[in-house]
Design a protein around this ligand. Structure first.
Ligand code: ATP
Ligand code: LTN
Length: 332
């Protein structure tokens, strides 16, 4: 039987956080054997906010290194750069003409990012979900593994695909969102009621995958908890402790009850140290591989060139079919 197709991506906005790893990358790694996987660097999406051009270029390559260092095997996965594949922007334009302003206006990410970047509410920020829909539909992806915050973008992708199919006949597969139960939403360490975000200003709020062991220890030590001093899972009333428990549970593969039992009668000091050491242990081999890869830019180039080629072949075919359906003259 043919393998199902997966597509996902991460923006090249800077160093990845533990939230990106546990919510996205870690799950991708687990899926690489069962599916035909396409993982891209969403560099075009990154342009919706102002970037230093040199930093964006550097972050794109670093992100490829991090994909591989986190366990994505370039032999098994198609790892590529979004801007290298013209089908994404071409399809995005076409899909724009099948997307309503009202739908885009409802996107919470647009509202959040407009509030955050009030001086630069550009139309790319508004049509961001349409480019994302194009990323997914250009590969006829069956499954899109993302964190909880991207669910709404998947819903609009499905709506656009269904609308197109109902006008032109079966063209796109309707993709399913895949949100892993654990790790769907890792929260900030200083503000555990908001997600841990790589663009957060406060460095103490986020663990970066490139943080040193000492940074990690310091950040967990200062993580916001509560005054109960009891390791108990209660997201509502104990968001800080519950978040730390989730992090620990995912890495150790333990349920929340098991974590509660393990730390029964012990205070937050012991618990925080255990969480920090667990994270350090998980990140150590990733960091080593990441640093080795960064010293070998030729290898990184080989990886994305190979991925680009395969991604282009697949997406060109689907784009062509779409162009044909809407009435564009195509070269056979
Ligand atoms: P930014 O702060 O630049 O908006 P981000 O940290 O939210 O970035 P994205 O590039 O938007 O990261 O997301 C990459 C992937 O990581 C997505 O699948 C997203 O759902 C997931 N992700 C991001 N933050 C978290 C988090 N705190 N918990 C779980 N998953 C997350
Ligand atoms: N919007 C996503 C990144 C992204 C993506 C995609 C994820 C761009 N295109 C296609 C899955 C599929 C984000 O910010 N996490």
């Amino acid at each position: 039987m043919e393998k199902k197709t997966i597509l996902s991506g991460i923006q090249a906005t800077g160093a990845l956080t533990l939230g990106n790893y546990l919510g996205a990358l870690n799950n991708w790694v687990e899926m690489q054997d069962q599916y035909d996987c396409y993982y891209m660097i969403a560099d075009l999406h990154t342009l919706t906010i102002r970037n230093n051009p040199e930093a964006l270029r550097e972050n794109t390559l670093k992100l490829i290194a991090l994909y591989v260092a986190s366990g994505l095997d370039p032999e098994k996965n198609t790892i590529f750069i979004q801007s290298h594949i013209p089908a994404h922007t071409s399809l995005s334009w076409i899909l724009n003409c099948y997307t309503y302003m009202g739908e885009l206006n409802r996107m919470t990410q647009f509202k959040d990012k407009s509030a955050k970047h009030a001086d630069n509410i550009n139309s790319g920020l508004f049509t961001y979900p349409v480019l994302m829909a194009a990323d997914i539909l250009a590969y006829n992806a069956d499954l899109v593994p993302v964190g909880d915050d991207q669910k709404q973008h998947l819903e609009i992708t499905r709506d656009i695909a269904e609308r197109f199919n109902s006008i032109y006949g079966e063209t796109f597969k309707i993709p399913q969102v895949y949100i892993a139960k654990d790790g769907a939403r890792i929260m900030g360490l200083q503000n555990p009621t908001a997600k841990m975000s790589k663009s957060a200003e406060d460095p103490m709020d986020k663990i970066l995958l490139t943080d040193t062991p000492d940074d990690i220890r310091k950040k967990f030590k200062k993580a916001v908890t509560d005054s109960e001093n009891c390791v108990r899972f209660d997201k509502e009333n104990k968001p800080g402790v519950s978040n730390l428990m989730s992090i620990y549970g995912i890495i150790k593969n333990k349920t929340m009850e098991e974590v509660e039992k393990e730390f029964e009668g012990q205070g937050y000091g012991v618990f925080k140290t255990a969480v920090a050491e667990t994270v350090i242990e998980r990140l150590e081999p990733i960091q080593k591989k990441y640093n080795d890869l960064l010293e070998n830019p030729e290898k990184l180039k080989q990886i994305y060139k190979k991925g680009d080629k395969k991604a282009k072949e697949k997406s060109d075919k689907i784009l062509k079919e779409v162009c044909k359906k809407v009435g564009l003259v195509i070269e056979e």
